[in-house]
Every structure is written in C-alpha cells, then in structure tokens.
Ligand binder design. Structure first.
Ligand code: FAD
Ligand code: MLT
Ligand code: ZN
Length: 494
C-alpha cells in the first residue's frame, strides 16, 4: 500500500475581474480631504510610509485574491499599534469616513476590499508575537501576525496552531478570527470560537475593548469576544489575540484513499472516527473533477492506475509512532476488507506527505487558472453533500465545469463552478443563484460554512438566518457602529 508521488512546484493564480455593486447602503459618508490626510499623518507620527496614496501602489489592496471584487480606495493606513488604530477610528467616526479593515486579503467573499472608496486599514505592521506560556500553551500576539509566522514561532517550542489553511503564507490571525476561519484542522481541534481565549478590539468610536483574557474558564456574563469572531470587520478592529495552542504531534501519517461511491466515503468517515479516534487529524474530500483539475495545472502524477470517482485525504497525528502506525494499519486493513476503498497510498515521510497534500491544497489555485470561478462554501447534511454537485452538473450541462471538494469530516462542501471565459457572467450567476442557496436552505444547511458572508452573500443572509436573527444582528451593528463606518455593505443588508 505504499506509493511514491511526484514532486511539485507552486504556480501563480491568474484571476479575472467583476465589480459587484448591486446593493447600496443608505448611509452617507464624507469624502477625504487634505485636512484628513494631515490628521492621519499626525496620528501616524508623521511616518510618510504608513500612508499609501499612490494609485498604482493601491491596486493590489483594492482588489481581492480572486480578482473578482474591486474597490476604489484612495488611501491605505498602516497603524503600528492599538493607540493609532483607536485614534484613526475615533477620527473617522467623527468625520463619517468609512473604512475597511484588511489582513492578508485572502478572503473569498469580497469582505476585505472596499465597496467604494473606503479607507483601507491594513493590519500588516501589527505583527508582534508578545508572549507564550509553555504550561498553558496560550500564545498572545498582535492581529497582523501571519498564520505561517505563528506556526514557525511555535514549532521549535513543540507547539502548533490549532487551525491551518491553504492561505497560511499570507492570511493574518486578525483576518482568521474575523472570518472565523475553519480549514483542515477543525475536525481535530474545533473552531476558533473555542480556541480564541481572548482578544482586544477597537470599536468604531475608538474605544479600546480589552477582552484579552488568557483564562480557559471565565463565566462572568456575556462572552463579548465571541461577537468579534466571524463578524468580518463590521463590529470592531481586532488588534490583539490570545489563542490556545496544542502540543505539536510528533508522529504524522497521510493517506490518499480512493472510493467508487459516496456511500463508501460516508462509511469510511464513520470508520475513521471510530477506529482512529483522537489521532484522526484531517479527513478531506475531493471528487475526480478536482484530481483532473489539479493534474491539468500542477506537476503531479495520476495517483492510481484506475480513476475512481472520489478521493479522501486522511491524516493521523499523534505522539507514539508505533501505536499510531498500528492503529492506522488496522484501519486500512479493515476498510480494504470491507471494500470501502478501491485503492490507496500512505506516506510516512514529510516529502511524500506534502505531495499528497498538494492534491488537496492546490485545488483553489488550480481553479483560478481555469477561468472565472463561482465559489460556494456550504454546510450540508451528509446525504445532500455530494447530491448538490451532481444536481448542479445536470443543471449547467456543458456550460461549466462543476467540482466538489471540502472538509467532509465537518460536512463542509466547497462547490466550485468554473467557465473558461475569464469574465464573470451575470447569466451564469443567475443559473446558479438563488438555486444553490434555496437548495441549501431547504436542507437546513448554511450558505457559509467558513468563508463568511462579505459582500458576496449579504443579500442572501436570509437563506440561513431567520428575520428575527437578522434584526438582532442589525441592532448590534447599529449600537456598536451607529455611523456604519466599519466595513459598510458587508455581512448585513441595510
Ligand atoms: P482578509 O481577507 O484581509 O479579511 C477578511 C475579513 O476579515 C474582511 O471582512 C476584513 O475586513 C476582516 N478583517 C481582517 N483583519 C481584521 C482585523 N484585524 N480586525 C477586524 N476585521 C478584520 N478559509 C477558511 O475558512 N478555510 C480554509 O481552508 C481556507 N482556505 C483558503 C485557501 C486559499 C488558497 C485562499 C486564498 C483562501 C482560503 N480561505 C480559507 C479564505 C481566507 O484565507 C480566510 O477567510 C482567512 O481567514 C482570511 O484572512 P486574511 O487575513 O486574509 O483576511
Ligand atoms: C479550502 O478548503 O481549500 C478553502 O476553503 C479554499 C476554497 O474553498 O477554495
Ligand atoms: Zn475550506
């Protein structure tokens, strides 16, 4: 059961453009003037490099990772500390100047770029790791720390970050928390709602809210930090974070398993959970369309002699190599005996493991090379998980390529529809939406499992939230940011 897969090289994503200005806020904002610029310079201690005003320099910050959403900001500010963030927000609130907090700008729902000409508040210089406690495993850092930077800091200390995503080289902790990012370790370590112990946030009026507890247990009333986890920069700017970090597993195995039916995938998941228990650290799903896609764009080789319909990337992580290997072997023998997998490969060394991971982690980038990509990130009951992919294939016929992948262990489907045409088309969107959202709502799923709502789905929120929930969300927004200066036109329809 041991194969060796080829080496690979990373490629750059080539994107396309769409300007999605369908819905308008009723809030009125002032236009930036010279006096504002002088005020921002003074707040930033007259460090000229902390203000970016050049049109060309602003291009990449005005456009999202997929090159799908474009803003028209004339100013980017790079505060160095919480006090500067607070002064900027206080001033913007008084002057009614809107702004969009920006982390690594890897978001996939148009939340991190201006809708119009909002000021971009870049958190990239607030990137200090302040403290790590080896007894509790709690790390405290600034919000602009890049996920990979934290992983590299923790590794020699024998700890790891409890979440991981393909965008780890660019995304920031503040962005991760603001989107309540999921990723490939959620199955093992749970969501950020559990792993973030505390945070510091600056409210729209400049008030610094210190919620930066490092306690695991604290039941003193409402857990206010939870409001900021997943609020996508609409309720405050996260400036500091305290996070639980688990010990880094010392024994890791990665397997790529092929199945010929989705019913086998479901049975495999049950067996992986029961037979591997606490060493199961990832259970990721890809259909054949994803493998074909990745093989078209990455220097990887066909993994198996046959081409079955479904693929599972399974990872175990533990601390006892012999024990973990034995458990994995027992599991593999069982699933082969039961015919749950039709082929497979296991990698115990890091080079081959990373090759297997490339099949999963380069899907997003490979999709970007196909043309325009319509991305849907859904939570669905497991029986509808793949059904929707098949339904969409029937619905779209030869007009588009439909693939399904995702965190099947968390019932999170990434439904991706691509067309060779580089331009996003309204006709294609109308063929997909609201159909996909209605289907998801009908089956009590969620229209955003992990990427958030951003600009893309704000008018579709009602498919996953009741009107009384949306009313309460609006009440919170109005009381915390009455002038709507924070990330206008995102998350909530006003
Ligand atoms: P940005 O994109 O800059 O911002 C995202 C949102 O957060 C915006 O609304 C922004 O205003 C707000 N924000 C950013 N920083 C702050 C702050 N300090 N305070 C307040 N608001 C802030 N997502 C997943 O959940 N799981 C995945 O597996 C995953 N994989 C990905 C793989 C690739 C290749 C790519 C490109 C993206 C992936 N994503 C994934 C989406 C994205 O990476 C995540 O949403 C990530 O958490 C965004 O972090 P960021 O720093 O880039 O935030
Ligand atoms: C992933 O799981 O790879 C990400 O969420 C990115 C994507 O959906 O494209
Ligand atoms: Zn994902």
């Amino acid at each position: 059961m041991l194969n060796h897969l080829s080496k690979l090289v990373s490629n750059r994503y080539i994107g396309t453009t769409i300007c999605s200005k369908r819905c308008y806020t009723t809030f009125k904002y002032n236009k930036l003037n010279d006096k504002d610029i002088e005020e921002f310079k003074s707040i930033l201690n007259n460090e000229e490099t902390l203000l970016i005003r050049d049109k060309d320099d602003l291009v990449s910050f005005n456009s999202d990772w997929m090159k799908k959403y474009k803003g028209n900001s004339q100013l980017l500010l790079k505060p160095r500390n919480t006090e500067q963030v607070s002064s900027i927000l206080r001033y913007c609130n008084e002057r009614k100047l809107a702004l969009v907090p920006q982390g690594g700008n890897t978001g996939l729902v148009g939340g991190s770029v201006p809708y119009d000409d909002e000021i971009i508040l870049s958190m990239s210089l607030m990137n200090k790791i302040n403290d790590f406690d080896p007894v509790t495993g709690v790390v405290t850092c600034e919000a602009g720390v890049i996920l990979q930077q934290l992983e590299d800091y923790l590794e020699p200390l024998g700890y790891t970050v409890p979440f991981d995503l393909g965008a780890k080289g660019s995304c920031q902790l503040g962005g991760n928390i603001s989107t309540n990012a999921g990723g490939i370790r959620l199955l093992r370590y749970g969501s950020l709602h559990g792993n973030v112990l505390g945070l510091e946030a600056v409210l729209a009026n400049g008030t610094v809210l210190n919620l930066n507890s490092t306690l695991r247990k604290d039941n003193t009333g409402y857990d206010l930090k939870q409001l900021f986890i997943g609020s996508e920069g609409t309720l405050g700017v996260i400036t500091k974070v305290s996070l639980i970090t688990p010990p880094k597993p010392t024994s890791v195995n990665v397997a790529l398993l092929a199945c010929d039916s989705f019913s086998s995938v479901k049975k495999l998941l049950i067996q992986a959970k029961t037979k591997l228990g606490d060493i199961l650290s990832a259970f990721e799903f890809m259909d054949r369309g994803c493998i074909d896609l990745v093989l078209r764009h990455q220097p990887l080789q066909e993994p198996f002699s046959e081409k079955p319909k479904f693929y599972i990337l399974l990872e175990t992580s533990g601390f006892n190599e012999t024990h973990d290997q034995e458990k994995l072997n027992e599991f593999l023998e069982y699933i082969m005996e039961q015919g749950l997998t039709v082929d497979g490969t296991v990698a115990t060394d890091s080079k081959n493991q990373s090759t297997i991971w490339k099949f999963r982690e380069t899907i997003t980038e490979s999709l970007g090379k196909e043309g325009a990509v319509y991305k849907y990130d859904l939570s669905l009951p497991i029986d509808q998980f793949y059904e929707l992919v098949e339904v969409m294939r029937l619905r779209l016929g030869s007009k588009a390529n439909v693939v399904g992948f995702g965190h099947v262990g968390d019932a999170n489907l990434h439904l991706n529809i691509s067309t060779p045409n580089q331009k996003y088309s309204k006709e294609m969107i109308n063929l997909i939406e609201p159909f996909v959202y209605e289907y998801t709502s009908k089956h009590n799923g969620s229209i955003s499992a992990e990427h958030g709502i951003g600009l893309m789905k704000k008018d579709h929120l009602h498919y996953s939230k009741t009107s009384s929930s949306i009313q309460l969300m609006k009440l919170l927004k109005n009381s915390m940011d009455p002038n709507h200066i924070l990330n206008p036109n995102k998350v909530l329809p006003f």
